[in-house]
Design a protein around this ligand. Sequence first.
Ligand code: AHM
Ligand code: MG
Length: 338
Amino acid sequence: MAINFMTLTRHIYEGEKKHPGATGELSALLHELSLAAKVISLEVNKAGLADIIGFTGDNNVHGEQVKKLDMFSHDMLFKAMDHGGHLCAMASEEEEDIIHIPDHHKKGKYVLLFDPLDGSSNIDANVSIGTIFSIYKRITPNDGSPGTLEDCLQPGIKQVAAGYIVYGSSTIFVYTAGDGVFGFTLDPAFGEFLLSHDNIKIPEKAWIYSINEGNYKYWKPGLKKYIKYIQDADNRGRRPYSSRYIGSMVADIHRNMLYGGIFIYPADIRSPNGKLRLMYECNPMAFIIEQAGGRAIDGSKRIMEIQPSDLHQRVPIYIGSKEAVDKVEQFLKEDLEQ
Ligand code: AHM
Ligand code: MG
């Protein structure tokens, strides 16, 4: 049996060699993130055994109940990333304000934004969940000073790297540094992430749609028509699409990226900005999907061109295979005109 010994760490450092001016700091960051991912993966896998499941009783900044594993993942990422000297600030979906690097640690030129454990309502049911991250270069001078909110509030097009880890039937680490998308599956025996998905490209055509159809009543007419359109048969056998909805954005988008599909969390009459967060969920997933050849829009605009005004702002998202996003965009024009 041929064994592919392209580990995530080796891949990151080989990527760095293609950029002669690189200082190695981004590589170090990605490597540190992969260490945090291994620890979170271990803990997620133990969740069914240990007495760690259940609510902490606290509410997060969105007023939702936080489970222990969310906070564990948040703390683990902070601890893994605070002392490398490459970051000047962090921000997490689980914390209201930006997170400063402790005074006694060096401040670097990058900022890290993350959703420590996305899809957390699925934890108790043993269903796939994930971590999402996004890395930007600071805007303020790299002079050892702490990072600011301004450093964190950059549009997605400024991301230098983004990735996600799905804790599913196996654990997979998927990242882009702007030069394609690569997936590494954790080998539990070696404790290493090994290259399993080289230069991922999302099929241009979608076969799958992923949306919470329980909200149908609240959708606008254009979206209702689009969903009816993809449920209809055409004479070329390209429709109807199959419906798949896990309720964990990372897992839904990961599957759609491999098979071809569209994931939607729309604006509706109850939630004009949808549910998902621009900085922690939508921008990093948009960067990855675009790097894989797909598209991500908020209905009319490219997600990555939205100028953020708030760390926790929400945006509607339509993301996936190019042909499908082009199509939904046409249907949504009707809703914009209303
Ligand atoms: P979370 O950050 O609180 O886990 O919520 C985000 C999750 C996404 O992973 C998923 O796509 C969505 O919420 C599902 O929401 P809904 O239950 O409304 O369909
Ligand atoms: Mg989330």
